[in-house]
Design a protein around this ligand. Structure first.
Ligand code: PMP
Ligand code: GLN
Length: 378
């Protein structure tokens, strides 16, 4: 069969987690917590299962969950999304992103992404027949160059995909960045996809700049989030999309044939859980403490730590330790040192290797301490 994705292998997250498991290494590669979510969530899932809510939910998501999302988003970002027409529950952010691209991008359309770029974006664009236009985020601060974006926008530009807080660079875009973006797309038909899965994980008192809070951008944006990051349940694979009615109508045309709907008892449980509007409030401080613990434990090591302003990731340069390429270095770390990490070259379509690797610090302190003891000995 002629491949639709000839340059794509197995995602780096699967590769590294599998290798970590094979080697018995501490897995700081794929992003997921090694601690459990709150018991209340499990009780609510069991409750709704026993109560017989085990059949298809409405296509766009249960009314209770969409109402809970609408209330939360309005309280946080000041924008009232209509649960009936402007909110859809998805099978994680991954499906939301894929469906967003599929529903808007025509063959030959250009889609602007920022590299390093989360690994699912480019294949989604290519499968839709779109042309990927890459903007470089340059180390060590990885800020977007808006003049370069302005120069890249042309008559074929259909979509701009952004991600803040950003995986893997741990940068956080500002309201000023969104204003620059808004000025560039004003008067065009360009759709913005805003991947905001780490919206609550922003450090040092900074605020998350959401496209949902930007009245002009919100009019043309599909804003994506994920319960996996916010409630420590990455394996539940539930997220959502916010978009104005017309855009959402197109999104749902694809969503209904892509997944149709997302698992019912979990949606009902999440709606119950969200009734306490303070659930996400401690999340930034919780992860900031982990970031600080992890950085302090590596401060005297030969890794050069780059800033981490948000997400649960920490980038590190290892030039003081090894000349290996980043993929080879991560393999060596996993096999010989017993700590798995992600090579950042996996986030560049051309495999660009800046000798930077990504650690996930969404782990118990004991896990981080054990990993850092090994890493600091290098
Ligand atoms: N976007 C980014 C930037 C992510 O880091 C992730 C997951 N780690 C996703 C999307 C996918 O989220 P989900 O697991 O909800 O599909
Ligand atoms: N987004 C997670 C990460 O960046 C992994 C999710 C996945 O494995 N697809 O590590």
């Amino acid at each position: 069969i002629e491949s639709r994705l000839p340059h794509v292998g197995t995602t780096i997250f699967t590769v590294m987690s599998r290798l970590a498991q094979e080697c018995g290494a501490i897995n700081l590669s794929q992003g997921f917590p090694d601690f459990n979510a709150e018991d209340l969530l499990f009780e609510r899932v069991a409750h709704w299962m026993r109560a017989g809510h085990n059949q298809y939910a409405p296509m766009a998501g249960t009314q209770a969950l969409r109402a809970a999302i609408a209330a939360k988003v309005e309280a946080l970002y000041g924008t009232a999304y209509d649960p009936e027409h402007e909110i859809t529950v998805t099978a994680g952010a991954t499906q939301a992103l894929f469906t967003a691209v599929t529903s808007c991008v025509h063959p030959g359309d250009e889609v602007i992404v920022f590299e390093p770029v989360y690994d699912s974006y480019v294949p989604a664009i290519e499968l839709a027949g779109g042309k990927v236009v890459r903007m470089r985020l340059a180390a060590p601060d990885y800020r977007p160059d808006w003049d370069a974006v302005a120069a890249a926008i042309g008559p074929r530009t259909r979509m701009i995909m952004i991600n803040t807080p950003h995986n893997p660079t741990a940068t956080v875009w500002t309201r000023d960045d969104l204003d620059r973006l808004a000025a560039l797309v004003r008067g065009t038909g360009i759709v913005v996809v805003a991947d905001e899965v780490y919206e609550h994980i922003v450090f040092d008192g900074a605020a998350h700049a959401s496209c949902a809070a930007h009245s002009e951008l919100a009019q043309r944006s599909l804003v994506v989030s994920s319960f996996g990051k916010t409630y420590h349940i990455t394996g539940w694979k539930v997220g959502y999309v916010l978009a104005p009615r017309e855009l959402m109508a197109e999104f749902r045309k694809v969503h209904q044939f892509n997944v149709f709907t997302v698992n019912t008892p979990v949606q009902l449980a999440l709606a119950d859980y969200m009734a306490d509007a303070s659930r996400h409030l401690g999340l930034a401080a919780f992860y900031q403490a982990k970031r600080d613990f992890f950085r302090a434990a590596l401060a005297a090591s030969r890794f050069e730590l780059l800033p981490s302003h948000g997400t649960y990731f920490q980038l590190a340069r290892y030039a003081g330790i090894s000349d290996l390429g980043d993929a080879a270095f991560c393999e060596h770390l996993t096999r010989a040192v017993g700590v798995a990490a992600i090579p950042v070259s996996a986030f560049f379509a051309d495999g660009r290797d800046e000798h930077v690797i990504r650690f996930c610090f969404a782990k118990n302190e004991a896990t981080l301490a054990a990993a850092c003891a090994r890493l600091a000995a290098l």
